[in-house]
Design a protein around this ligand. Structure first.
Ligand SMILES: [Zn+2]
Length: 138
């Protein structure tokens, strides 16, 4: 695996712990509306579709596809390894459920729109950072 870009880690609180700590159980979790079953990301106090307030974390499959990407070649901070690929991934569960992350487990130039990916987690202590790697099974 290529070296990871330097991580600036989040402050964990009750509103985001499901997302940042789901990786401890190998799960990518987003809030989901109990009324209309819409997934939300980033977290919000109400469902954007039905304005429902009954939201609870649920795990997605972790599978998705790259819908946009860029390759970073600039060292923004000392010690950062580049180049690396920044990807926007749309999760398989719902159109528009998207997550910005890094592509790992392959050279950055392997990034392309439509690339099928799956989540893996980088254990950063309190936070488990979701990253994506290409799916190589048929
Ligand atoms: Zn809803």
């Amino acid at each position: 695996m290529a070296p990871s870009p330097l991580r600036i880690l989040p402050r964990i609180h009750p509103g985001n712990a499901h997302f940042w700590q789901g990786g401890a159980a190998g799960e990518l979790r987003f809030l989901r509306c109990a009324a209309c079953r819409t997934w939300l990301h980033p977290p919000a106090p109400r469902c954007p579709q039905c304005l429902g307030r009954e939201l609870a974390p649920e795990a997605v499959s972790g599978r998705g596809r790259v819908v946009s990407f860029t390759i970073n070649h600039k060292a923004w901070v000392p010690g950062e390894d580049q180049p690396y690929a920044i990807v926007l991934v749309e999760l398989a569960e719902q159109p528009g459920l998207r997550l910005m992350s890094n592509l790992v487990g392959c050279p950055p130039e392997a990034a392309r729109i439509g690339l099928e990916v799956r989540v893996r987690f980088e254990d950063c202590g309190e936070a488990f950072v979701p990253l994506f790697e290409p799916v190589d099974d048929p």
